[in-house]
Design a protein around this ligand. Structure first.
Ligand SMILES: [Zn+2]
Length: 376
């Protein structure tokens, strides 16, 4: 899994009711617990080797941090529209990108940032009580968080620059990672989907994730900034497998609104990031050919999380065979291109299709493993 699993209706309803004060927090937690257990059951039944909690407790893959951080407040895109200076531009982006404008909110930094409670440690603890399988935990990367949180019009009052805010983002993520390692996480993945945006749009386009923010520097400088933040976050991440997930957006089933282009321009940056594994999308042809990244394992995206059609094991095997020309089998993981449920209000797929896709991955892996075990 890359991370998320579709959230059930009952959970979405409970979250809305809890926000409105109509039900108690404990009731929401009960819904979350049962959604996590169901997501886990589907993964175990499919037979995959490493599980996540399906990000069932998160509204989406990055905005959830607002609940746990002092000084960060969720702003709806409508509220953002009130504060950003370039209102026309902001609205144009929302329309052309087919963004679920009223189902997502931006974690905006409005005060000094502190970690009020852990971001993901409780998720890990719960999952580990219910499975024997190794657990992967995802966290939004420091570059994504810094860019999303720094909304000039309100953040400037507290932090003079993005760089200043980044210092606190790094501190918070390092604390979190230390506790995740102590808690027995097998794999910690940082999500940095905006890196592709920098290379494909020259940093000019603002995406849904960083709607209030354009990258002000040139893309190369901005990428170097991202690399330095990620490396600092991972500085003492030992005794755990680390990964970085980079995709081209996963917010719409309308593929034409998503970014297109190979990972080539990112090679020097991705090779400079000290992670064990790059978790990349390759099931979509928008991502180009499989590339070799020196010194890194590859999490090879083999199924498209946004489509109804289930890729056959044969198709997946063909893609893996190509990757095997570049990577030894022990450096290759199979995963979907991205999460199955990025935004809670707009799941990208249904659990039955997602399960079938995981099963296809498992079926594809089996003969390849057997062949590898037999030796050359
Ligand atoms: Zn993704």
């Amino acid at each position: 899994m890359v991370g998320s699993w579709p959230r059930p209706e009952s959970l979405l309803r409970a979250r809305k009711l809890e926000r409105a004060g109509a039900i108690a927090r404990e009731e929401l937690v009960r819904e979350e617990d049962s959604a996590v257990l169901e997501a886990l059951r589907c993964q175990e039944e499919a037979g995959i080797d490493m599980v996540t909690d399906g990000e069932q407790r998160r509204d989406n893959f990055y905005s959830f941090v607002a609940e746990n951080l002092e000084g960060v407040r969720l702003m709806t895109l409508a509220e953002m529209l009130d504060v950003v200076e370039d209102k026309a531009g902001f609205e144009r982006i929302l329309q052309t990108l087919d963004v679920p404008a009223y189902s997502i909110s931006n974690p905006t930094c409005v005060g000094r940032m502190e970690r009020r409670k852990p971001l993901a440690v409780d998720e890990l603890r719960f999952l580990k009580r219910h499975t024997e399988k190794p657990v992967k935990v995802t966290l939004p990367g420091p570059y994504l968080l810094t860019r999303a949180m720094f909304v000039e019009e309100v953040t400037r009052k507290v932090y003079a620059s993005k760089e200043d805010l980044a210092e606190d983002v790094i501190r918070v993520l390092r604390e979190e990672i230390r506790e995740l390692i102590a808690g027995g996480a097998s794999f910690i993945q940082l999500d940095e989907p905006v890196l592709t945006e920098l290379v494909f749009t020259g940093g000019r386009t603002r995406t849904f994730m960083c709607a209030a923010l354009a990258a002000r520097k040139d893309p190369a400088e901005e990428l170097a900034f991202a690399v330095s933040l990620i490396n600092r976050v991972l500085e003492d991440a030992r005794g755990v497998r680390t990964g970085l997930h980079v995709c081209r957006g996963n917010w719409s089933r309308n593929e034409s609104t998503l970014l297109r282009g190979g990972y080539h321009p990112l090679i020097p940056y991705l090779e400079a990031i000290r992670v064990d594994q790059l978790v990349l999308e390759y099931a979509t042809e928008r991502a180009g050919d499989v590339l070799r990244f020196r010194g890194r394992e590859l999490g090879l995206g083999v199924v498209n999380p946004r489509t109804d059609r289930v890729e056959t094991p044969e198709e997946i095997r063909r893609l893996v065979e190509k990757a095997l020309e570049l990577y030894p089998i022990e450096e290759l993981f199979l995963n979907p291109d991205c999460g199955f449920g990025t935004f809670s209000g707009r799941p990208l797929n249904d659990p039955a299709t997602a399960s079938a896709k995981l099963k296809s991955m498992v079926a594809a892996a089996k003969p390849l493993r057997e062949r590898a075990a037999r030796g050359p």
